[in-house]
Design a protein around this ligand. Structure first.
Ligand code: HEM
Length: 361
């Protein structure tokens, strides 16, 4: 039986919350993620910059007067080989991690202080209230007991912002890349959206998305080929087991390769082909019940943000496709697009996806 090896469900930067059962600090979450969000900046719901390479994007200025947060994307050797932590010290990665943590900690503390400020005027309150208000209220209701500390609240925020932002942004970029490579699918999905929404409404909302079956198939097909967390959360066997004749001892670290599973010729016809139609009228879903498609993982540690993740990917992609016609920049052809990947826990496109957006009248 496989069990999660690490308690990574909470903040990467809050070591106390990342302790394993033996009380050791677990470093599985050491990878420091990039900050890049579709629709994070601005009210329109559209990305302010459509690039897949975050390092080439200006850091997102949050409007709170503190230094902008710049997240670096790097993996620690220790993430993969726990005995190789010394390399991270030598390369300075550990120090960068610590610095990053401190910046984040300050940022979240400032947000919390703002929410705790009794002088916060009514007009500044988000509508109706935001996640920080709710968490602080729960804490207050519990009489400030130690079981919900400010560190826990920071951890939840970190999770929502990072686990949920990076993955969604990457998925939208991969979907656009596949669609640019496959004009037939691009045309079909745009037709579906535009014929449903028409010209007057001007945007796609959450209810509309439920009618967009081909769009949903496009997203599934993208996640089959390019799951953004290809190796899921590491697991550890708690007892000896035999799989396919291989004997696996207890306490073995196991990585489940969702990327390879999505391309397994025994599970998929023409697995390398981008063919969203395979999901139209298919019962296969990514909710952890069909093991041939597990971009959100499966079992007890399945992604808890699955529904939110899909809802926002569908919505962002649908609006991008509804509002704009997409072309390659001058001098480039869709054949030039590649699927090279940056190393990392989250699978990002290595070379920036630069496209020309033409407003669709
Ligand atoms: C397209 C979007 C997303 C993808 C592809 C994705 C994918 C994943 C995957 C593969 C895992 C590991 C599951 C496993 O090992 O079984 C995971 C875990 C997690 N995800 Fe997501 N995720 C997405 C969006 C989100 C969002 C929006 C949130 C929060 C708002 C979120 C929060 C988390 C958390 C907290 C975990 C750790 C769960 C645990 O270890 O118990 N994710 N995600």
């Amino acid at each position: 039986m496989l069990v999660p090896k690490f308690n990574r469900s909470l903040n990467l930067g809050l070591p106390k919350l990342n302790e394993d059962r033996s009380g050791n600090i677990v470093h599985a979450g050491h990878a420091v993620f990039r900050w890049f969000a579709v629709g994070l900046d601005g009210d329109s719901g559209f990305p302010t910059s459509f690039q897949s390479e975050p390092s080439s994007v200006e850091p997102v200025e949050h409007k709170r007067g503190v230094k902008p947060l710049v997240l670096v994307n790097n993996n620690l050797a220790e993430d993969y080989f726990p005995f190789m932590g010394w390399i991270d010290k030598l390369t300075g990665m550990m120090q960068r991690l610590q610095n990053n943590f401190q910046e984040f900690d300050r940022f979240y503390q400032e947000l919390i202080n703002e929410h705790l400020d009794p002088n916060r005027t009514k007009s500044e309150l988000p509508q109706p209230e935001d996640i920080i208000d709710i968490l602080l209220q729960i804490r207050k209701d519990r009489g400030f007991k130690v079981d919900l500390t400010l560190d826990h609240i920071k951890a939840v925020l970190m999770n929502v912002f990072v686990a949920g932002t990076d993955t969604r942004a990457a998925t939208v970029v991969w979907a656009m890349t596949y669609l640019m490579k496959n004009p037939r699918a691009m045309k079909k999905v745009q037709q579906e959206i535009r014929s449903l929404i028409g010209g007057n409404k001007g945007f796609v909302n959450e209810d509309d998305v439920q009618e967009l079956h081909y769009l949903k198939a496009v997203v599934k097909e993208t996640m089959r080929l390019q799951p953004t967390v290809p190796l899921l959360v590491p697991r550890e066997t708690i007892e000896k087991c035999v799989i396919d004749g291989y004997e696996i001892p207890a306490k073995t670290l196991v990585f489940v390769n969702a990327w390879a599973i999505g391309r397994d010729p025994e599970a998929w016809e023409n697995p390398e082909e981008f063919y969203p139609e395979r999901f139209v009228d298919s019962f296969i879903d990514f909710k952890g019940q069909h093991f041939e498609l597990i971009p959100f993982g499966a079992g007890r540690r399945i992604c808890p943000g699955l529904n939110m993740g899909i809802a926002t990917v569908d919505l962002a992609l649908a609006n991008l496709l509804y509002k704009f016609d997409w072309e390659m920049p001058p001098g480039m052809k869709s054949q030039d697009l590649d699927f090279d990947v940056l190393p990392g826990i989250t699978m990002h496109k290595k070379n920036a996806l630069s496209l020309l957006a033409k407003y669709h009248e």
